[in-house]
Design a binder for this molecule. Structure first.
Ligand code: B12
Length: 210
């Protein structure tokens, strides 16, 4: 019988082929996919988040862990969907219009997937109206926006205004991030939260949706 704590440890170590193999084996042995997800993959990524915050793990290692988790998720996701398991809160994520920086945003997306969120990544250069459309279509609970340029930061405020104009501002929590952004800026534009890195983004999002 596969020990799920070993799956978690292999996620932390970023051992993609082994994670995938053990996850498949666990399901074959009759462990439910949601149990594999929560006690193996998510448990591992939670440790990764904590270690990242304490600077005990660095970005390349975090990306390795996230890739290991994502590879196993490719196998688990169809099974979770047929089981009608609650896949977790849905987040629409993107880098704002005029901005093509996506390394940090991608890391945030990976960590959130690791934490059990469903992430709809709209990519880079996303205009306000596209964010609004995606929030409606996806029935998202959270909207996450990234900006790395002082010139593109105002797009976050523009998107919040567009959410208000569409009458859906109250339906979605808005969290922002990126090097030039701060919690003061989040307050100024009326966002619900800010996080300075991917590990804290997970904590913040969990707090926001409670
Ligand atoms: C890599 C990089 C690029 C790459 C981007 C590649 C890519 N695919 O992303 C390239 C070379 C393409 C690039 C282009 C440009 N860049 Co550039 N770039 C950088 C650099 C060196 C690193 C950014 C990065 O990836 N950091 C690593 C990640 C992990 O950190 P992060 O992005 O901050 O993300 C973390 C947090 O911020 C947070 N976070 C991020 N997003 C989100 C979202 C949410 C919802 C949450 C909660 C948290 C969160 O969590 C992340 C993970 O922990 C920075 C310098 C720097 N030190 O920041 C300059 C920098 C951002 N770039 C800069 C500039 C000026 C440009 C250009 C305009 C240059 C030019 N003249 O062409 C163009 C802009 C093009 C455009 N329209 O966007 C300036 C911005 C200055 C300013 N204040 O506006 C910087 C600061 C460099 C500098 N010191 O001048 N750049």
């Amino acid at each position: 019988m596969v020990d799920l704590t070993i799956v978690a440890r292999l996620v932390i170590e970023g051992e993609e082929p082994e994670v995938r193999k053990l996850v498949q084996q666990a399901v074959t042995e009759g462990v439910t996919p949601d149990k594999v997800l929560s006690e193996g993959l998510i448990a591992g990524m939670n440790v990764v988040g904590e270690r990242m915050k304490k600077h005990e793990m660095f970005i390349p290692e975090v990306i390795r862990s996230a890739k290991a988790m994502n590879a196993a998720m490719d196998f688990l996701k169809p099974l979770l969907e047929t089981e009608e398991v609650n896949l977790g809160p849905k987040l629409v994520l993107g880098t704002v219009k005029g901005d093509l920086h996506d390394i940090g945003k991608n890391l945030v997306g990976m960590m959130l997937k690791g934490a059990g969120f469903q992430v709809v990544d709209l990519g880079i250069g996303v205009p306000a109206e596209r964010f609004v459309q995606a929030v409606v279509e996806q029935e998202a609970t959270v909207l996450g926006m990234s900006a790395l340029l002082t010139t593109t930061m105002p797009e976050m405020g523009n998107t919040i205004e567009a959410l208000k104009a569409a009458g859906i501002r109250e339906k979605v929590r808005v969290i922002i991030g990126g090097a030039p952004v701060s919690s003061e800026y989040a307050n100024k534009i009326g966002a619900d939260g800010y996080a300075r890195d991917a590990a804290r983004a997970v904590d913040k999002m969990r707090g926001l949706i409670q």
